[in-house]
Design a protein around this ligand. Structure first.
Ligand SMILES: *[C@@H]1O[C@H](CO)[C@@H](O)[C@H](O)[C@H]1NC(C)=O
Ligand SMILES: *[C@@H]1O[C@H](CO)[C@@H](O)[C@H](O)[C@H]1NC(C)=O
Length: 308
């Protein structure tokens, strides 16, 4: 009966393994979690019980941050037989009053950083077996409203210039795109650079070279997030182009000025003429007067003529 003994042995080993690897409990996590930079993030995991172990007691929980799904990982938060294992700052159970009977072993990250992006492993040991599961956190940070400036600062018509668009504080790496007012995409004519600051956030800089004679009135710089969602945009107004054809006639305000000048000069001339005429008339009168007696008034002056 050697074969029977072997079978019994295999059966026993399988049973023991089933219990050891958690045949009666299962850790279930939300596989994809999204966290926002600077805010709280929740990695949700619960211990599922079975009818074989309806009321387990948790002996140990370990939350680890992995650099890859297969990695051993760094301990963030550990609980072992009634004691806490020096939890790292900023990591705690989501349940504020967690105890060994609470099957919600979710992890709360109190102030999400870019470094928190990645894989996590939740390991649970109970009196009815143990189990673990790997989950992920995708950290997102929103890009700032872009700004645009030009080089040279004051664009000289008919010379080359460069528009520079900048947006910062985003994660993961996004892109900057350029459009003119007709919606044509100029991104291919631009060069984008992404740099990462110490906190892991990206600073995006895009340069759009405008050759002289570039005739669009404005250019829009749009920042897209890593999944291609539009986050923000800014419109850069180009300085008014120089008048290519000389103006066909004077502008209304010029006409006004000319008219005013003409009226002033005209009335001056008329006035001058009046004065001249008056002087001549006066001179004639004086001449006539000198031929007549000095005591005679105007009536006397005309009388001789009337009498004639
Ligand atoms: C676990 O606890 C957290 C914090 O109280 C809560 O937000 C979450 O919904 C709970 N999850 C489940 C499955 O009960
Ligand atoms: C990108 O933006 C879209 C729309 O606003 C949003 O739904 C998505 O979650 C964002 N993705 C990232 C990676 O920020």
């Amino acid at each position: 009966m050697a074969s029977g003994g072997t079978l019994l042995f295999i059966f026993t080993v399988l049973c023991i393994n089933a219990v050891k690897s958690g045949g009666f409990i299962k850790v279930e996590c939300k596989t994809k979690n999204v966290g926002h930079y600077g805010q709280q993030s929740l990695l949700e995991c619960v211990v599922k019980t079975s009818t074989d172990a309806p009321d387990p007691t948790i002996r140990a929980v370990a939350w680890k941050k992995l650099t890859s799904p297969e990695d051993e990982g760094d301990l963030l938060l550990g609980f072992n037989r009634g004691k806490w294992d020096q939890p790292k700052r900023g990591y705690r159970f989501a349940e504020p009053l967690w105890d060994e009977k609470n099957m919600n072993v979710s992890l709360l990250i109190t102030n999400t950083a870019v470094a928190d992006d990645g894989y996590y492993k939740c390991m649970v040991i109970t009196d009815s077996g143990d189990n673990s599961m790997v989950t992920t956190l995708k950290v997102q940070a929103r890009y700032s409203v872009p700004t645009v400036h030009s080089i040279p600062e004051k664009i000289v018509p008919n010379t080359n210039s460069t528009l520079i668009c900048e947006s910062h504080g985003g994660y993961p790496k996004g892109t900057l795109h350029w459009f003119d007012e007709e919606g044509n995409d100029w991104t291919k004519s631009s060069e984008m650079e992404a740099t990462q600051s110490d906190d892991g956030l990206f600073q995006l800089t895009s340069r759009l070279l405008l050759f002289r004679g570039a005739t669009f009135q404005n250019y829009t710089c749009v920042v897209f997030n890593a999944s291609g969602g539009k986050e923000d945009e800014i419109i850069f107004e180009m300085p008014a182009p120089p008048r290519l054809t000389p103006p066909s006639g004077p502008e209304p305000i010029e006409i006004c000025k000319i008219v005013v000048r003409l009226v002033v000069i005209g009335s001056l001339m008329v006035g001058l003429l009046c004065v001249l005429l008056f002087c001549r008339w006066k001179a004639q009168q004086v001449q006539k007067c000198s031929t007549e007696p000095r005591t005679v008034g105007h009536h006397a002056v005309y009388r001789p003529e009337v009498n004639l």
